[in-house]
Write a protein that binds this ligand. Structure first.
Ligand code: DLL
Length: 433
């Protein structure tokens, strides 16, 4: 175990540690984050009203919109001179949100990932291939520093160039793969096509950043002949490693010395009884650069309070079953219908109308994105070649905006069903059990 004292800390001690850290964090935020202070004042609260975790429910929620409204650095709790790294993620309007880390924050983050890696049996003999994207996305660098911390040999492959990824795995002797589960399946298909499965040394995979099912786990495990583990996280709270599976593969331990999870009713905001499914909310306890209190993740899941067979005392979260907002995660990339709409509107040039439908599916375990958009009557009168050209132009524009490929189909005028209420723009055929 990476940090046995913490990972196996008795629950009463863990609670005392959380209380102590919560009190300190509320005070620090009250003094340094004007938005938080104002929210506290609205509720007639001061830091002296918070005596421990039992008072958590009194504190105000925070939302993704807070990050957008205070973009880029308005919620940071330390001077920028103490921030040593920023990461970013896309938001509902397509505008990105920014998060910042101090040196200590990065150290804590690496610690979370190190706990996971050692929890699944990795040590300094491991060869960890990081096939999450590097860059503003937290996946690549987040996993990277955790693997480095345990002394493993890090292979910073990032995403893309699939055949070369596979050659790298063979030549460098990769034993642990980190990627999105859908990319793992794509890699598995290519490995099969190349006929090189017996040349791999892979033992385990760490997969996350998008929802995936138990069936998908079985499929990855069979195809790659490995153990597949789930890792959860979000940029706002830290990145990958907020919660991680251990060797038992039965829920992800939330590192409670650093984060307090709550499950609330997304409509009323009430904390739900233990074990019930609802919206996951996080409070950070140790983060300096960008701390958050009661952050509404919009992820829907439940918490497991029974002790885990591995001996870790930190509670576990079940796989999130979906999100309470409309964000779609397609091949690991966050996509909002509003972003697609924006592109369509920008691309229109009188050739298409704003009537469209987004169809998401999963074919051979890979997400597909099809967009049907009605052509204008003028376009309908054009030759097929010019229709195809418009389709290609929009596809290109979508790729550069969303970062993933989509199939655009110009369909006949008035062929998409109209609605009198809210239009159903998205048809998501992926069945997540
Ligand atoms: O996806 C961080 C991450 C990177 C996690 C690599 C795991 C591995 P964001 O881009 O901010 O951060 O997206 C966060 O992705 O609120 C969930 O909806 C979803 N998500 C992340 N991990 C999982 C998972 C990264 N294991 C959003 N299962 C979160 C289901 C997940 N959904």
């Amino acid at each position: 175990m990476w940090n046995e004292r913490i990972e196996k800390m008795p629950r009463n001690e863990l609670k005392a540690l959380q209380s102590e850290r919560l009190i300190a964090q509320v005070k620090r935020m009250y003094e340094n984050v004007p938005v938080f202070r104002a929210r506290m004042e609205e509720k007639n609260l001061t830091p002296s009203d918070i005596h421990g975790v039992e008072d958590l429910y009194k504190l105000p929620f925070s939302y993704k919109s807070d990050l957008r409204d205070n973009y880029p650095y308005g919620l940071f709790a330390v001077p920028m001179s103490d921030i040593v790294r920023v990461h970013a993620s896309s938001g509902t309007t397509g505008k990105q949100i920014v998060v910042g880390y101090t040196e200590n924050d990065l150290d804590m983050w690496a610690d979370c990932v190190a706990r996971m890696l050692t929890g699944i049996g990795a040590d300094n003999n491991a060869f960890v291939q990081i096939s999450f994207g590097y860059g503003l996305f937290t996946g690549g660098l987040g996993a990277h520093y955790g693997a480095q911390k345990i002394g493993a040999t890090v292979i910073p492959a990032s995403t893309g160039n699939t055949r070369r990824q596979i050659q790298t795995m063979i030549d460098f002797g990769t034993t642990i793969l980190c990627s999105t589960p859908s990319y793992a399946l794509y890699l598995a298909e290519e490995i099969e096509a190349m006929g090189v499965k017996d040349q791999l040394k892979l033992k385990a995979g760490i997969f996350g950043a998008e929802p995936w099912t138990e069936d998908m786990r079985k499929e990855i495990e069979n195809k790659l002949n490995i153990k597949a583990y789930d890792i959860y996280g979000l940029s706002e709270i830290m990145g990958p490693g907020v919660a991680c599976e251990c060797e038992c593969q039965s829920g992800m331990h939330v590192w409670e010395d650093m984060f307090i999870p709550e499950i609330i009713d997304p409509d009323t905001g009430e904390v739900l009884p233990e074990g019930q499914s609802g919206e996951l909310v996080f409070t950070t306890l140790t983060k300096e650069g960008f701390p958050l209190i009661r952050y509404r993740t919009k992820d829907i899941c439940s918490l497991i309070y029974e002790p885990c067979k591995c001996g870790r005392t930190h509670i576990r979260m079940n796989k999130p079953s979906g999100r309470s907002d409309d964000m779609m995660i397609i091949r690991g990339v966050n996509v909002f219908p509003s972003q697609i709409e924006e592109v369509l509107l920008k691309a229109s040039e009188n050739s298409i109308t704003p009537n469209y439908q987004i169809i998401v599916d999963r074919v051979n375990n890979t997400d597909t994105l099809d967009i049907n958009v009605e052509m204008s009557p003028e376009m309908f009168a054009e030759e097929i070649r010019s229709i195809e050209k418009t389709e290609r132009n929009i596809t290109e524009l979508l790729r550069s905006t969303l970062g993933i490929g989509a199939k655009v189909h110009l369909v006949n005028p008035k062929s998409i069903e109209r609605s009198e209420g809210k239009a159903k723009r998205v048809i998501d055929n992926r069945k997540l059990k």
